[in-house]
Design a binder for this molecule. Structure first.
Ligand SMILES: *Cc1c(COP(=O)(O)O)cnc(C)c1O
Length: 476
């Protein structure tokens, strides 16, 4: 092989037009906009040309290999432009609120309500009785007050926005006192000190990482103080020699000094989940009852609704927050409100919420039910060629999304090992398959957790495994 061989390969590359007329590409022109197909073809040709130019001489391919390579790459590129980038996936990871997978799946009524409301016009900001213009957040205000016992409520884009606008409204240019044990980071981009800085409030840290006493807060209060902030340490726990100030005491201190007390509870459970073994997760209504002036939480964590930041508490503060210029920047759209209203209505009947809010169902499902689902999956997988072994195992699932980090949920999994594919190879094929399946990889196995699957997904997972194990030319 020599330099002329490289030139020969480049000459052999077909043109975009030739490919568009070829039997491989032409059928795609009937299914997809020409612009998408041309773009994909062009990218494959460019990539291949670069590969030929850069490849060491010894690796230059034969003509036949070049054709096969092009065919494979075109097929892949066309399939890719032909499908959505945001795709549904089957979550077999056992992490219920998986931020990478979109956190809480929505309840069926929430989806129906989005369809009902968003395919045409809707009463987003118009009071249909009077015809007057109002605030869109009024749509969920009464429900949130009813469910949390608060005087008033509002909704913004997410809990990070809720924290930012609350601090900006209450304490811009002033100090906000926070325990050093509560300076949290949630998933990289939410770091409390940075949110504080962006709000224009100044962080006044008190106490130490493991111990903060009431006297520490009290000693820091002065003419510059704008608010007292308590933050739930959602994604970590400080254990051992520790001390923190209960909300009730902080509230009493705030009252004495005429300072608002803000409680960022993070996950925002509307129900007490301790009966399902999840303890230490604050419940919104408890926080309100303890006297916090404002309570902040996410809509898509334990509440099980759409991404949103919910602020409940004193009417006067909520009104001020809604008048802040950031309210417009952080406001939620009609899709969010449609999903949130429907989800909150489910909570008017606790049992219904546990059945129909998917995140709650997964968390509260008895392990006998989870085990039966795992057994069904094992039976399906037992018949799949290419698996070396298939095994039922008890394991631990997690709530995720920065909630109850130290406590797992008892769960049942199916562990598999393929005969001729390493575990991460199998996991990669499952991830890129259709439907895409995300599983855990551990101890040399691929592990499917039945707690985050629903009954209709069991057979789909088995089918996906079967497909992933079929021999293929372009094995990764
Ligand atoms: C998750 C969390 C946040 C961030 O909420 P998002 O809705 O993801 O913006 C803020 N504070 C606490 C305590 C949290 O747990």
């Amino acid at each position: 092989m020599s330099e002329p061989r490289r030139q020969e390969l480049l000459r052999r590359l077909p043109s975009v037009d030739e490919l568009l007329r070829s039997g491989l590409v032409r059928p795609w022109l009937e299914r997809l906009p020409r612009r998408l197909v041309v773009g994909a073809v062009r990218r494959v040709l460019d990539r291949t040309r670069r590969t030929i130019l850069r490849a060491p001489e010894s690796e230059l391919v034969s003509d036949g290999e070049l054709d096969a390579h092009l065919e494979r790459e075109l097929e892949r590129a066309l399939r890719e432009v032909g499908s959505y980038r945001l795709r549904p996936v089957i979550n077999a990871t056992g992490v219920v609120l998986h931020t990478g997978l979109g956190r809480a799946p929505l309840a069926r009524v929430a989806l129906q309500n989005i369809g009902r409301v968003a395919s045409g016009y809707c009463s987003l900001e118009v009071d249909l009785d009077t015809g007057s213009r109002g605030r869109r957040t009024g749509i969920v205000r009464d429900l949130l007050c009813e469910l949390t016992g608060a005087e008033s409520a509002t909704v913004v884009n997410n809990n990070a926005a809720a924290t930012l606008i609350t601090l900006a409204t209450l304490a811009a240019g002033k100090e906000v006192i926070v325990s050093r044990g509560e300076l949290i980071e949630i998933g990289g981009s939410f770091r409390l000190p940075e949110i504080m800085a962006a709000s224009g409030a100044r962080l006044r840290e008190v106490g130490t990482t493991n111990k903060t006493r009431l006297a520490d807060y009290e000693g820091a209060i002065g003419p510059e103080t704008g608010a007292l902030l308590k933050v739930h340490t959602s994604n970590y726990r400080i254990l051992g020699f520790t001390e923190a100030v209960p909300l009730e005491q902080l509230v009493r201190l705030g009252r004495r000094h005429n300072l608002p007390v803000v409680d960022d509870i993070g996950s925002g459970a509307l129900l007490d989940l301790s009966r399902f073994g999840l303890t230490g997760e604050p419940v919104a209504s408890h926080s309100v009852r303890s006297g916090a002036d404002l309570v902040l939480f996410s809509g898509d964590k334990l509440l099980g609704g759409p991404q949103a930041g919910i602020i409940v508490g004193r009417k006067a503060w909520i009104e001020k927050i809604e008048r802040h210029p950031l309210a417009r920047a952080f406001r939620v759209g009609k899709l969010t409100l449609a999903a949130l209203e429907a989800t909150l209505r489910l909570y008017m009947d606790e049992e219904q919420a546990l059945r129909e809010v998917p995140a709650l169902r997964m968390i509260s499902e008895p392990d006998t039910v989870v085990r039966a689902r795992a057994e069904r999956l094992r039976r399906f997988l037992g018949g799949v060629d290419g698996l070396e072994w298939v095994e039922l195992a008890q394991d631990t699932a997690y709530v995720g999304g920065g909630a109850v980090p130290a406590q797992g949920l008892l769960t049942w999994t199916v562990r598999v090992r393929a005969k001729s594919l390493p575990e991460d190879g199998l996991a990669a094929r499952l991830r890129t398959g259709d439907p895409s399946v995300l599983a855990r990889v551990q101890d040399g196995c691929v592990i499917f957790d039945a707690r985050t699957l629903n009954d209709s997904e069991v057979e789909l997972v088995a089918e996906a495994v079967k497909l992933a194990l079929q021999p293929r030319a372009d094995a990764p």
